[in-house]
Design a protein around this ligand. Structure first.
Ligand SMILES: Nc1ncnc2c1ncn2[C@@H]1O[C@H](COP(=O)(O)OP(=O)(O)O)[C@@H](O)[C@H]1O
Ligand SMILES: [Mg+2]
Length: 377
């Protein structure tokens, strides 16, 4: 009955049983027709002649017994013959309509099965067309199509992520390889400079692994948030305090505008992680003597943190992609700055896990950037 363990997924349904849906539908319709015809026939046969007999005797027309019997027999046979013919014609018409309908349903389900089989074998561009059999079938087709679309986009993301990952790993691995070969060939000594190049490459690989892990966990919603009620403004002050030394070292002024705005129920470590990330980015992209402001305000039922810098700004065409994994505006330069291009993707996933969001605006290159984190408060 059921298919063997090695059959491809598309064949499972076809092998499952002998009778297809159309045959079963037709058999069920046939059964209903036979039952209907028999009932009609029996009722007409039992009730019809006796009613006719009553009417005949009530009419009071004098007849001999033979005449009456003959009239009654004539009525019974006329009734049964016409009923028989009518039932046969009705049965033929009903079976023809059922046959047509069941064929259509069978064909449409066949298309859904084909498309599902194609999707199962990795052809995510396959689409199910609405069979025109009513809203239930149309919504089945829609559901299949959105499933296929979803799988297609997951697959594209997976491929892009693997390609990006390979690309990101290539540079530090090539650096480590080249340096080790140079040491083996005696062209280079294992001096402090070489060691620091090697260490920087392994550090970069380590951070990449960490970031990938973090973004995967966050995007899968696998975060296990430790929600607590905290003062919203104090998260901003803490992030400012944590970044103060790095800002002072580069000569960038860091302001914190955090008036009391009430409390938030969040995983404070995760929110601090987002704010640290935004402040690190702002510092990286703002030259010495520039300014960065971390502000915290309430807008309706949201608490908004904004990080505004007076740095290099971002051209409009890059803004929609900033939160994609591995996206960097200036790939070569940003990589040398040490970023793996995942920080904002992590920030976005963390913000969304809290039911909030994150966005970026910039008046353009050289005019600074503002990142805004919104959390339901
Ligand atoms: N404050 C900012 N000013 C200008 N560009 C920025 C700023 N913050 C982020 N970016 C751009 O967005 C890109 C993605 O940021 P992010 O995901 O944190 O990656 P990373 O910092 O590792 O490069 C950065 O490479 C940079 O090009
Ligand atoms: Mg970053």
């Amino acid at each position: 009955m059921t298919s063997g363990a090695s059959s491809p997924p598309g064949e499972v349904g076809q092998q499952r049983s002998g009778g297809g849906f159309a045959t079963r539908l037709l058999a069920a319709q046939g059964l209903v027709l036979v039952a209907g015809a028999l009932t009609t026939w029996l009722v007409a046969f039992i009730v019809g002649p006796s009613i006719f007999h009553d009417h005949l005797s009530q009419a009071g027309v004098p007849h001999t017994d033979t005449e009456t019997r003959h009239i009654e027999e004539a009525f019974a046979s006329a009734l049964l013959i016409s009923l028989g013919v009518a039932l046969l014609a009705a049965a033929a018409a009903a079976l023809a309509v059922s046959w047509y309908l069941s064929r259509r349903v069978q064909r449409s389900l066949g298309q859904v099965t084909d498309a599902a089989g194609q999707i199962a074998s990795g052809h995510y561009t396959a689409r199910v067309h609405s069979p025109g059999l009513g809203s239930e079938f149309a919504s089945l087709a829609d559901t299949y199509n959105s499933l296929a679309q979803r799988l297609a986009s997951t697959e594209t993301t997976r491929r892009r992520m693997l390609a990006d990952l390979a690309h990101e790993m290539r540079t530090p691995l090539a650096t480590v390889n080249a340096h080790l070969e140079a040491i083996e060939d005696g062209v280079r000594d294992l001096d402090p400079e070489t060691l620091s190049v090697l260490r920087e490459s392994t550090r970069r690989l380590g951070r990449l692994a960490e970031d990938i892990g973090a973004v995967s966990r966050a995007e899968e919603g696998n975060l296990d948030l430790q929600l607590r009620t905290v003062d919203a403004a104090s998260l901003a002050s803490m992030a400012t305090a944590a970044a103060a030394d790095r800002y002072a070292a580069k000569g960038v002024v860091l302001h914190c505008e955090a008036r009391p705005v009430g409390s938030l129920t969040v995983d404070s470590a995760r929110i601090s992680q987002i704010l640290d990330n935004l402040l690190a980015n702002a510092l990286r992209h703002t030259p010495s003597s520039g300014q960065v402001t971390l502000a915290c305000r309430r807008v309706d039922r949201w608490v908004e943190y904004s990080v505004t810098d007076t740095g290099e700004g971002i051209a409009a065409e890059h803004l929609p992609h900033l939160f994609d994994r591995f996206y960097r505006v200036d790939t070569a330069r940003d990589r040398n700055h040490g970023g793996s291009g995942i920080g904002l993707a992590i920030a976005k996933a963390l913000a969304e896990a809290h039911g909030g969001g994150i966005s970026a605006t910039s008046p353009g290159p050289a005019h600074g950037t503002t990142f805004t984190l919104r959390l339901p408060g």
